[in-house]
Design a protein around this ligand. Structure first.
Ligand SMILES: Cc1cc2nc3c(=O)[nH]c(=O)nc-3n(C[C@H](O)[C@H](O)[C@H](O)COP(=O)(O)OP(=O)(O)OC[C@H]3O[C@@H](n4cnc5c(N)ncnc54)[C@H](O)[C@@H]3O)c2cc1C
Ligand code: SF4
Length: 483
């Protein structure tokens, strides 16, 4: 017999934990199903060993194997593994009209409407601007490049308190200096009686009576069921779509937009190679994973935002670094490459990570076993976007006598961890999966509260906008949906 709850939340990342807390505050009996394990600081390690990382991450290559997407599989989701930059999206994001004339953010959801929700999250997670003495060497080099190109860089905002700059943010923080959800929203929800059941993967959702039946696999692989009138899906944009597509045989009035409009937030990454270091005796790769400095210098003109980070040896080793005219074989491996890395790694390579506004033309579908497959083709729209970004990257390089290094088959690395759009909110089921409050069209009481419902790229790193949107949707549910 199925268990019964007032509300089931699927996933415990930003979208799930925020919904769980607000529903628990409203007096509901909440069950959170989380695929990953209950890992805390004592379980984390300062290691890039793939055997350790695979206990916390899921990695999925694009169907053409040109890009790699990674997302969290642990209690607290991406908040445990992210590199911490939490920025409010600029107002242009909410007004943006894509290359086909479609406006992803529904009318009425503006930056000023979002401000109180941003504030709520920042307060809960102790987000503040990094201090100048917290800027690692890499941030200083990045700022020097940006300044030479005539623009300004400034410090980003992080949920970090007492960071010792060990550089293992993306392997999870053993010091609890990163104030992830396992230190705020989750204990607060648990304190109000919400249950976070870990190592439990939701497989399908069906209608049942006046609500829904969620079928999941428990840690022992046993299939279990739980019924609730209210279900919030928050598995991240890729797994949200996979879950709804697995459920499509039982939810036959879903919009055909499920899994479409997938965006990686326009993320592109590359390296600048300096001919001469700006400063001697500096190790650019040291310090926190996100090297703090970021720039809106090309936001108004190009709708792009850039920041920098450290490139741990393990990540550098995995990049397909191509040197144009670099002499003997132009390969990202071998003795010549080893000498190259030895020569430049310490203080001549400056990584750039960019987000920007471009139409989400990717798709998430499922294979015969129900697993997610991601297509992110380089369409003419995406190619034009990459060309625009390349012009900016080259302009910045030219101002410092540097070179843009290709790091992937098409130049820029275009996978990443900023995933949105597959269950987007919108005005009608012809173009969107959920209404503006995240409720799935034709399914009362079924909501998508995480990055899946965020309808476009966020211009900057997305976690704060995903979180603010979750607060907005949760407030709507508490005020408008009866248990
Ligand atoms: C290495 C890395 C660095 C990043 N750095 C930054 C950064 O600096 N700034 C920033 O803004 N963003 C960053 N991000 C992105 C950010 O973490 C994500 O945008 C954010 O976590 C997405 O929130 P979400 O709630 O949509 O999903 P997640 O936080 O991914 O949460 C989804 C949860 O659902 C669980 N789940 C999935 N499927 C199921 C299922 N079927 N049943 C039950 N549970 C399920 C997962 O295990 C996971 O815990 C980074 C991400 C990564 C991976
Ligand atoms: S760099 Fe700071 S926040 Fe990141 S893991 Fe180390 S102590 Fe934690």
């Amino acid at each position: 017999m199925a268990e019964t709850r007032d509300a089931v939340v699927i996933g415990s990342g930003f979208g799930g934990s925020i919904a769980a807390l607000r529903l628990a505050e409203s007096g509901r009996d909440v069950l959170v199903l989380e695929w990953g394990g209950r890992n805390t600081a004592k379980d984390f390690r300062q290691s890039w060993d793939p055997r350790y990382l695979q206990t916390l991450y899921t990695a999925v290559p694009s169907s053409d194997y040109e890009a790699l997407f990674r997302y969290a599989r642990t209690l607290g989701g991406g908040s445990v593994l992210f590199s911490g930059m939490m920025l409010r999206s600029p107002s242009e994001v909410f007004e943006w009209v894509d290359e086909t004339g479609y406006k992803p953010w529904p009318d009425g959801i503006t930056r000023s409407l979002m401000s109180p929700y941003y504030e709520k999250v920042e307060k809960m997670m102790s987000v503040s601007q990094a201090r100048w003495d917290e800027v690692p060497a890499g941030g200083t080099f990045f700022a020097a490049l940006i300044q030479a190109a005539g623009k300004k860089a400034d410090r980003g905002r992080f949920p970090y308190v007492g960071c010792v700059q060990c550089g293992f943010c993306e392997a999870a923080c053993i010091y609890d200096a990163k104030k992830s959800l396992i230190l705020n929203y989750i204990p607060a929800a648990e304190g109000l009686g919400a249950e976070f059941r870990t190592s439990c993967k939701a497989m399908t959702i069906k209608t049942e009576g006046a609500g829904y039946r969620v079928t999941y696999r428990d840690p022992f692989g046993t299939t279990k069921e739980v019924d609730a009138p209210l279900v919030c899906i928050a598995c991240n944009a890729v797994e949200d779509a996979a879950l709804l597509l697995r459920s499509a045989p039982y939810l036959d009035k879903l919009s055909d937009q499920v899994g479409r409009n997938f965006t990686n937030s326009g993320d592109l990454a590359w390296l600048w190679l300096l001919k001469k270091p700006f400063y001697e005796n500096m190790a650019i790769w040291r310090g926190r994973t996100n090297a703090v400095m970021q720039t809106y210098g090309w936001w108004r003109s190009h709708l792009i935002h850039m920041h920098t980070g450290s490139t741990p040896p393990g990540i550098f080793g995995g990049l397909d670094v191509r040197r144009r005219g670099g002499g003997s074989p132009d390969l990202s491996w071998g003795l010549d490459h080893k000498h190259f890395a030895f020569e430049v790694y310490r203080n001549r390579l400056v990584p750039c990570q960019l987000s920007g506004m471009v139409k989400g033309e990717g798709t998430v579908r499922i294979d015969g076993t129900g697993r997610a497959i991601i297509d992110l083709p380089v369409t003419p729209v995406f190619q034009a976007y990459m060309d625009k970004v390349r012009r900016v990257a080259e302009e910045i390089a030219a101002a410092s006598d540097a070179e843009v290094l290709d790091v992937a088959p098409r130049g820029f690395e275009r996978g990443g961890a900023h995933l949105q759009g597959t269950c987007r909110i919108g005005a009608s089921p012809d173009a969107a999966v959920c209404d503006p409050y995240g409720e799935v069209f034709n399914y009362k009481g079924l909501f998508v509260t995480d990055g899946g419902s965020v309808p476009s790229g966020t211009g900057v790193n997305p976690s704060l906008t995903i979180s603010a949107n979750a607060e907005r949707i949760a407030e709507y549910i508490v005020g408008n949906v009866k248990s």
